[in-house]
Design a protein around this ligand. Structure first.
Ligand SMILES: C[S@@+](CC[C@H](N)C(=O)[O-])C[C@H]1O[C@@H](n2cnc3c(N)ncnc32)[C@H](O)[C@@H]1O
Ligand code: SF4
Ligand code: SF4
Length: 379
């Protein structure tokens, strides 16, 4: 039996700056990506939150301390919105690093601030282990998806300065790409473009793939953003080819998993054994700016708070007893066919949110009946 204080997670993604400042009306991300899970209008995802004190530093710092003390993640990722919109991201980064965690930042700008003033990225470099950037295309194509002229050029410029400041350390750059139809068709051009532009190093830098889930804005027009099965074989071939030719790894499902039956066997080595890691012991948790916990960043409800969880015992109890986490571990959202499948232990039934179809997260309704089904990509 597990001891009451033995559960930890591997990674926490902290979604700071999710909402709109009620005083100034400023949106906490300069991006306007059409499928973003942060829906500023419907505000369905708790990543969006209007709080009395926007991005309150004391609250964020308390949450970071409690996360470190109770969940003990190895990796701590700042995300948003754009986490760089926070006036004091530098201080938060230093705190997380000082507490002994590996720090990563996923931003569409990588322009950092300290006490509200922009600082050189070289000041930040010693305190971060990884910078992640979501690439939507090369040049103008990236700008048009992100909704900002110059987003590509400026983002690349910041990453280049980081890469030159990192010297021979093992600090990494990761390039995230969403498997929307355009990206699946233009993978080679995008990957080679990023490798050449940034002079990426296969020993340290890597790519990662995400699926757009039916949550937030993506729900409005999901047919447009979902993974197309007919484009999968070609896209997987490109990822493998780039690994074999140039040595760059692509993490296929660290974030949004793929059903094992949707991926030909020759690519199974790119899949994570055990399926979706969000909300699992030794897995990943998502936290929003008031300390609220989501099983996964794409879930549409919070299920606890790191302002209240302040001991190892409370955290372990939360992981063991929380009804959403239990239902998820027991695969209560899966239909019979997956429950009887020989791959279930390795696959986990694909993406939980994609099981809810266009309605999104099957666990989003408080006290409601969990809807069942299977990931639309499953055969
Ligand atoms: C919400 S963004 C926040 C960080 C930063 N602003 C960025 O765009 O990289 C985090 C990641 O989630 C991805 N994303 C956005 N909407 C999504 C959705 N509906 N489902 C899955 N991933 C999504 C983005 O492309 C990005 O890679
Ligand atoms: S995906 Fe990122 S950059 Fe785009 S709108 Fe959402 S938070 Fe902003
Ligand atoms: S568990 Fe379900 S999704 Fe996974 S391989 Fe089996 S049938 Fe496919």
């Amino acid at each position: 039996m597990r001891s009451i204080s033995s559960i930890t997670v591997n990674e926490v993604d902290f979604h700071i700056c999710g909402g709109v400042d009620p005083k100034t009306g400023l949106k906490a991300c300069s991006g306007k990506c059409p499928y973003c899970y942060v829906d500023m209008v419907k505000k369905s995802n708790p990543v969006f939150k209007e709080l009395p004190v926007f991005g309150d530093k004391a609250t964020l710092m308390q949450a970071i301390r409690n996360i470190r003390k109770t969940a003990r993640p190895k990796d701590f990722v700042f995300v948003g919105g754009d986490p760089c919109e926070h006036d004091n991201l530098m201080e938060l980064i230093k705190l997380a690093k000082g507490l002994g965690m590996n720090v990563a930042v996923l931003s569409n700008t990588h322009v950092y601030k300290m006490d509200g003033r922009v600082i050189p990225i070289e000041w930040v470099t010693p305190f971060v282990d990884e910078l992640a950037f979501t690439l939507h295309g090369i040049g103008d194509r990236h700008d048009s998806v992100n909704g900002n002229i110059g987003a590509y050029r400026n983002g690349m410029w910041q990453l280049k300065k980081f890469m030159s400041a990192r010297g021979t350390t093992d600090k990494a750059v990761s390039i995230l790409m969403n498997f929307v139809p355009y990206t699946m068709r233009h993978l080679e051009e995008m990957m080679i473009g990023a490798i050449e532009e940034l002079q990426m190093d296969p020993e340290r830098d890597y790519f990662a793939i995400q699926r757009i889930a039916p949550t937030g804005l993506a729900k409005n027009d999901y047919e447009r953003w979902k993974v197309r099965r007919d484009l999968l074989p070609g896209a997987l071939r490109t990822l493998k080819d780039i690994r074999e030719r140039l040595g760059f790894e692509t993490k296929l499902d660290t974030i949004d998993v793929f059903p094992w039956c949707s991926i030909p066997e020759e690519y199974h080595d790119m899949l994570h054994e055990g399926g979706c890691q969000w909300g699992q012991p030794n897995g990943v948790l998502s936290v929003v700016q008031d300390g609220g916990i989501q099983r996964c960043a794409l879930s549409e409800r919070t299920i606890g708070s790191f302002l209240e969880i302040d001991t190892r015992e409370k955290f372990t109890r939360f992981m063991l007893d929380n009804p959403t986490l239990r239902a998820f571990r027991e695969h209560r959202h899966l239909e019979d066919r997956c429950l009887r499948c020989e791959y279930l232990d390795r696959c986990g039934g694909g993406c939980v949110i994609a099981v809810g179809g266009e309605d999104g997260d099957p666990y989003a309704v408080d006290g409601g009946v969990v809807c069942t089904g299977r990931d639309y990509l499953a055969l």
